[in-house]
Design a protein around this ligand. Structure first.
Ligand SMILES: Cc1cc2nc3c(=O)[nH]c(=O)nc-3n(C[C@H](O)[C@H](O)[C@H](O)COP(=O)(O)O)c2cc1C
Length: 201
């Protein structure tokens, strides 16, 4: 698949089939992530690839201890009249309700060259999101459904403990991965005319 076609259709795929994902595809996905740019090529990222159903269930239970905790998302779906937001919230809710059934959960983690230094932390996150974006595009090209979400923030302490993440390392992205259960569609983004400035703002 042409890289521009993959970029243009690398939607956040929140609907996944339960079929297992072959390790060769997961390796390709991680390979794509690790081709991202990073300050001084520091590459201070790690990828925790969770395939074990027990481990996925533990993570799901920690992140969504009770379906009631998702009520605020349900309320947002009911209250919004914006179809785009409604689609995003509905997908978000679905992901959180079905986290344990995603065939693979990848947690992208990052380390800061100087932990606690805001500049270094910014560098770390820039590199991590570059890796995540490469994985979204590669996932699309591989026929996978991939999303970069922040589900870990709902209970990051428990997620760290379950995964055994070292103290100096940040859990930055939760990435559910499987084969796509819905059509990819085309990304809806501002046209370049709205954001481009030639020679001067
Ligand atoms: C840093 C970051 C955090 C995100 N967190 C979530 C999330 O917690 N849940 C979710 O469903 N989507 C999450 N998303 C996905 C965005 O909602 C998505 O990129 C946006 O709606 C555009 O969707 P599209 O890429 O399918 O067009 C996140 C995206 C980024 C970059």
């Amino acid at each position: 698949m042409d890289v521009f076609d993959a970029m243009g259709t690398a939607v956040t795929m929140r609907w996944l089939r339960p079929d297992p994902v072959p390790d060769e595809l997961l390796d390709k996905l991680i390979w794509a992530g690790t081709r991202a740019a990073s300050p001084e090529n520091s590459q201070l990222w790690d990828f925790v690839v969770v395939r074990s159903p027990e481990q996925r269930a533990r993570l799901h239970d920690a992140i969504v201890p009770d379906p009631v905790v998702l009520d605020p998302i349900r309320t947002s779906i009911e209250r919004t009249h914006d179809p785009i937001k409604q689609r995003i919230f509905t997908g978000s809710l679905h992901l959180l309700e079905t986290l344990r059934t995603a065939p693979v959960l990848i947690f992208i983690c990052g380390s800061s060259l100087i932990p606690g230094d805001p500049r270094e932390d910014r560098f770390m996150f820039s590199a991590i999101y570059g890796a995540a974006q490469n994985m979204l595009v590669a996932g699309r090209a591989l026929g996978l459904g991939v999303s970069a979400i922040s589900a870990h923030h709902r209970n990051v302490r428990a997620v760290r403990k379950i995964l055994g993440v070292p103290d100096h390392t940040t859990v930055a992205v939760t990435m559910p991965v499987g084969f796509a259960a819905r059509p990819y569609g085309t990304l809806k983004r501002k046209p370049i005319e709205d954001v481009i400035h030639y020679d001067h703002w």
